[in-house]
Design a protein around this ligand. Structure first.
Ligand code: ATR
Length: 285
């Protein structure tokens, strides 16, 4: 039997394929409980061939959902099928947060605000430099590049093993973004004030290359969007070399805030107890 609060109030979802590993139900469940709000949030797996029908059921209200989160592989289609994608989503071509408003399906992408809110919380002043290095040019790097640009960084070097992917992003995000092959990493790190790993290197116990962070500006911040393990090999190296580091878990927590506020009507707070809850869950699995 579920909590009686789940029977009433708005219903929200996280959808993906697969979606069972998502920690979003834990995050939103924690906020619903601690804020004492009626409503529910659950994982709702939808296969790619069923996604358009799922969106149609959101639009006509038959799903019963007020909205929800969208993860891999549905973010691009969610953006394309929404009635009202916002400007952030339009530039990214992908949405991770949906909500119904006046009969229309709205969409945004909160990965970028999750990224900046995490750094604001854990290392205020991280944005005082002009130059950032983004390592990696996959799907996860897009919202980061957008957020760093919108925060005021004047030069953003995107470095990727496959340089064509970095070039596509430079074209998409404008002249402040410059594309480089992996061999240029040491050169573009010179004097940069922020280093962001968006590659999958070092994830889940996999090996990561040895990186020399010393060309970065003194006190440059090094962060990683991978959060399993919390201290990735890239972060461990940066810390050993004397740089402040920020792990990626807070991005996951903060990106959830705007959606919760839309569906349940109250802005939640990312606190130490929520962080501890997710870390405990990571350790248990
Ligand atoms: P996501 O959408 O989650 O970012 P992705 O699109 O597969 O995932 O991108 C993964 C990123 O990690 C890419 O930048 C990828 O580089 P390529 O574009 O050259 O594939 C990078 N990456 C993964 N394994 C790598 C490796 N062994 N060496 C260097 N870069 C790697």
């Amino acid at each position: 039997m579920g909590d009686s609060r789940e029977t009433f109030g708005p219903k929200a979802f996280v959808t993906g394929f697969p979606v069972k590993h998502s920690r979003s139900p834990l995050i939103h469940g924690y906020w619903l409980k601690t804020l004492g709000l009626p409503g529910s949030y659950r994982a709702h797996e939808v296969a790619p061939e069923g996604f358009a029908d799922f969106i149609a059921s959101l639009k006509d209200g038959s799903s019963g959902f007020a909205g929800g989160n969208v993860t891999i592989p549905h973010k691009e289609l969610a953006f394309r099928l929404a009635d009202k994608p916002d400007e952030l989503s339009r530039e990214l071509g992908a949405s991770n947060t949906l909500w119904r408003e006046n009969g229309l399906l709205h969409a945004t992408n909160t990965d970028g605000v999750g990224f900046t809110a995490n750094l604001d919380e854990r290392h205020p002043g991280w944005d005082r430099h002009d130059t950032a290095v983004v390592f990696g040019a996959g799907g996860a790097s897009r919202a980061i590049i957008q957020a760093v640009r919108d925060r005021g960084f004047k030069t953003i070097h995107v470095v990727n093993r496959t340089v064509e992917r970095a070039r596509e992003l430079a074209d998409r995000f404008g002249p402040k973004v410059q594309a480089h092959p992996a061999g240029a990493l040491a050169e573009v790190m010179k004097g940069a004030g922020l280093f962001i790993n968006t590659t999958s290197l070092g994830m889940d116990g996999e090996a990561a290359p040895q990186l020399d962070f010393t060309p970065l500006a003194t006190e440059a911040v090094v962060t990683d969007i991978v959060y399993i393990p919390l201290k990735t090999p890239i972060l461990a190296q940066a810390e050993e070399q004397g740089f402040p580091i920020v792990d990626g878990l807070g991005m996951l927590l903060h990106q959830a805030v705007p959606g919760f506020e839309k569906w349940f009507g109250k802005r939640p707070v990312v606190d130490a107890a929520l962080r501890a809850l997710i870390i405990a869950d990571m350790e248990a699995h």
